[in-house]
Design a protein around this ligand. Structure first.
Ligand code: C2E
Ligand code: MG
Ligand code: MG
Ligand code: MG
Length: 292
C-alpha cells in the first residue's frame, strides 16, 4: 500500500526526477555520440517460407555496441531515440546499412532475399524518407522490391490522411509495407480498412499460445483467413516450437520468423550458414529441414 507521507513522496519524486533528467541527458548525448562513432550494428533474423522452410528474407534488428556497457538492445534506447528525434538519423543509418548489406549478399550469390526494416512512426512520415530510400537503393544497386518497411499500429495514431498517402507513395515506388505486431493494439483493423499494406506480422503473443490455448488458434486462424481474403501475406512472429510451425502451416501462414529457426544473427554467421547449408543461393536452416 501507499503509506508514505506526502512530503517524503515529493522528495523521492524530486530525487528520481533529478537522476532521471541527468541520466536521460547523458544518454541522449551518448546516443548521438554512439551514432557518430558508428557504434550501432544490425543483426539479421531469418524469415522462412512456412511450407518449404527456405529462407526468404531477413529482418534487420538494431543493436548498440556500447564501449563500456556492451551490447544494448532496442528496448533500452528506442524510446529515447524517438523522444529526442534521433530516431530519424538512426533510422537513416539502418536503411543505408541494410541496403548495402543486400548488395554485399548479392555479390556473393545470396540473391533471393528481402530485407525488412523497422521504421518509427515519426521517421515513416518524415518528408525526406522516400528520397532517402531511393538514394540508398540506387547507391546499393538494388530494387525497391527487395525492401520491406515495417510499421507498427502506433502509426495509426498519426494523421490518417498523411499515413495513407505516405503508404500509397511508397507502394507506388515499389516498397512493400508490413504491419508489425499485428493484433497487439487496438487499431489493427483500421489498417486493413484504410492502408494498402502487403503483409501483416501476427504478434508473438498469439503465436506463443498456439497449441496451449484454443482461443489463440481461433484468433490466428481468423487473422490468416482475413489476410487471405484481402490478398495480404502473413508472417508468424516469435515461432519457438515445431508444434507452432505445424499449426501455422495447417492454417496457411505465408512465412515464419522466430527462435525455432534462428535468433537474430551477425552477418558473418549468416554467411557461414550459407557456405555450409546453402545450395545455389538458397538456404534451408538446420531446424527448418525437419519437414513433415
Ligand atoms: P519487432 O520489430 O517486433 O522485432 C521482433 C523482436 O522479437 C526482436 O527483438 C527479436 O529479436 C524478437 N524475437 C524474434 N523471434 C523471437 C522468438 O521466437 N521469441 C522471442 N521471445 N522473441 C523473438 P529486438 O531485436 O530486441 O527488437 C525489439 C523491437 O525493437 C522490435 O520489435 C522493433 O519494434 C524495435 N526495433 C528493432 N530494430 C529497430 C530499428 O532499426 N528501428 C526501429 N525504429 N525500431 C527497431
Ligand atoms: Mg519488426
Ligand atoms: Mg514484431
Ligand atoms: Mg515490436
Amino acid at each position: 500500500g501507499r503509506k508514505i507521507s506526502n512530503r517524503k513522496t515529493t522528495s523521492v519524486y524530486k530525487a528520481d526526477m533529478h537522476t532521471y533528467l541527468k541520466e536521460s541527458m547523458l544518454s541522449e548525448m551518448n546516443l548521438r555520440k554512439g551514432l557518430d562513432l558508428n557504434e550501432f550494428e544490425l543483426h539479421y533474423q531469418p524469415q522462412v517460407n512456412c511450407r518449404t522452410g527456405e529462407v526468404v528474407g531477413f529482418e534487420a534488428l538494431l543493436r548498440w555496441r556500447h564501449p563500456e556497457r556492451g551490447l544494448i538492445f532496442p528496448a533500452d534506447f528506442i524510446d529515447l531515440a524517438e523522444s529526442t528525434g534521433l530516431i530519424t538519423p538512426i533510422g537513416e543509418w539502418v536503411i543505408k546499412e541494410s541496403t548495402m548489406q543486400i548488395n554485399r549478399w548479392k555479390k556473393i550469390g545470396i540473391d533471393n532475399v528481402s530485407i525488412s526494416i523497422n521504421l518509427s512512426p515519426r521517421h515513416f512520415l518524415h518528408h525526406t524518407l522516400p528520397f532517402y530510400l531511393d538514394k540508398c537503393i540506387t547507391e546499393a544497386g538494388i530494387k525497391a522490391e527487395k525492401v520491406v518497411l515495417e510499421i507498427t499500429e502506433n502509426v495509426a495514431l498519426e494523421d490518417q490522411q498523411a499515413v495513407t498517402s505516405r503508404i500509397n507513395l511508397l507502394k507506388d515506388m515499389g516498397y512493400a509495407i508490413s504491419i508489425d505486431d499485428f493484433g497487439k493494439g487496438y487499431s489493427a483493423f483500421i489498417y486493413l480498412q484504410h492502408f494498402p499494406v502487403r503483409e501483416i506480422k501476427i504478434d508473438r503473443e498469439f503465436i506463443s499460445e498456439l497449441g496451449n490455448n484454443s482461443k489463440s488458434t481461433g484468433i490466428v486462424q481468423t487473422i490468416i483467413h482475413l489476410a487471405e481474403m484481402l490478398g495480404l501475406r502473413t508472417i508468424g512472429e516469435g515461432v519457438e516450437t515445431k508444434e507452432q510451425w505445424d499449426i501455422l502451416k495447417q492454417l496457411g501462414c505465408s512465412d515464419l520468423q522466430g527462435y525455432y529457426f534462428s535468433r537474430p544473427l551477425e552477418v558473418d554467421v549468416i554467411n557461414k550458414l550459407f557456405e555450409e547449408y546453402g545450395r545455389g543461393g538458397k538456404l534451408i536452416l538446420p531446424h527448418a529441414k525437419d519437414l513433415t
